[in-house]
Design a binder for this molecule. Structure first.
Ligand code: UDP
Length: 317
């Protein structure tokens, strides 16, 4: 049998899935990418066309997953991930992290593969503990507009732990905090592409509420490095991966104006329901367990992301 390991990445045509795929290929894995392309885009993986170590299968993982041959590692990254998606496709959002997680775990069990689920800081909801440690159980509104994402991811964590406990499956859970970088969708409504897109197109920046809510932004290569390290570890409970550098949304808007060299107005729009007031990861566990911490400075990450969106808009126009 070949020494080359095979990884399956669901959501491989998405923002994080495509970067994870690149990393796995660089580590010598064969990668089978799956995506139903509802929010993913083949543009994110077109550079892999012709790569003998990469195969793409267009498949909706809420349906039974059949794959012949060896699988060593499964990364379940398929899911809509933007508050606008939760409003537009709430049922797909619920299904991919519930039925999709069940199918991906079933495949892992069948193949004897390691399983890693992309969970989220949304498990903490609108947190009453700050910064958030993995031991915090969260403050989630199950029936609000974000409930479809938050509760499905919480279910996914519960299902993953059940497969670990009941079937002895080797599982990992990463709780991903706000991440940004090239290959985000320009129109996905999240604050990073929204503000950069607005600034590059000469439109006012739309700050929701008074902009005092906080987020902590992690550059994508740092996040992927933490996830890769977790996949190689022996730890089974959730691990936060994110950058603790916290700022208000208003400060973030000002940073984007500075980095794009624009002087545009900031306008305020209504704060969406259940928008968390604060969010900052406590990454002590990742530091000690994985020897990991973020390395890419905010200024550097933002300038790479702005460069990506400049190119993207030039191609579009
Ligand atoms: N936000 C904003 N303007 C926008 C988009 C988002 O002020 O055009 C705010 C949003 O209300 C939230 C923060 O930016 O407080 C981050 O939103 P995002 O949709 O990126 O993800 P979230 O962290 O809420 O899941």
């Amino acid at each position: 049998m070949s020494a080359q390991k095979t990884a399956v990445v669901t959501g491989a045509a998405g923002f994080l899935g495509s970067h994870l795929t690149d990393r796995l290929l660089a580590e010598g894995y064969r990668v089978i990418g799956m995506d139903n392309l509802v929010t993913g885009n083949v543009r994110n993986i077109e550079h892999l066309a012709g790569n003998p170590d990469f195969d793409f299968i267009k498949h909706d993982v809420t349906k039974f997953i059949y794959l012949p041959g060896r699988v060593d590692l499964i990364f379940h990254f398929a899911s809509p991930a933007s508050p606008i998606d939760y409003l537009q496709i709430p049922i797909q959002t619920l299904k991919v992290s519930s039925l999709g997680t069940h199918n991906a775990l079933g495949l892992a069990k069948e193949k004897g593969a390691t399983f890693l689920i992309a969970s989220t800081s949304e498990c903490y909801g609108d947190p009453l503990e700050h910064p958030q440690k993995e031991t915090y159980w969260g403050n989630v509104n199950p029936i609000g507009p974000r409930g479809c994402y938050d509760e499905a991811k919480r279910f996914a964590e519960a299902m993953t732990m059940a497969y670990h406990r009941a079937h002895g499956l080797d599982t990992k859970i990463v709780r991903i905090f706000n991440t940004y970088g090239p290959r985000m969708r320009l129109e996905d409504g999240r604050v990073v592409p929204a503000f950069i897109g607005q600034a590059l197109q000469g439109q006012p920046l739309t700050v929701f509420g008074d902009g005092s809510q906080t987020r902590s932004f992690c550059y994508v290569s740092d996040l992927i490095d933490g996830i890769y390290r977790l996949s190689q570890s022996n730890y089974h409970e959730p691990v936060n991966i994110g950058n603790p550098r916290e700022m208000t949304v208003l400060q973030f808007a000002q940073e984007i104006l500075k980095h794009t060299g624009t002087e545009l107005p900031i306008i305020h729009k209504e704060l969406p329901t259940d928008d968390p007031k604060v969010r900052q990861p406590d990454i002590s566990l990742a530091r000690t367990l994985l020897g990991w911490e973020p390395k890419v400075a905010f200024e550097e990450g933002i300038s790479r992301t702005v460069a990506y969106f400049r190119d993207f808009l030039a191609i579009k126009s």
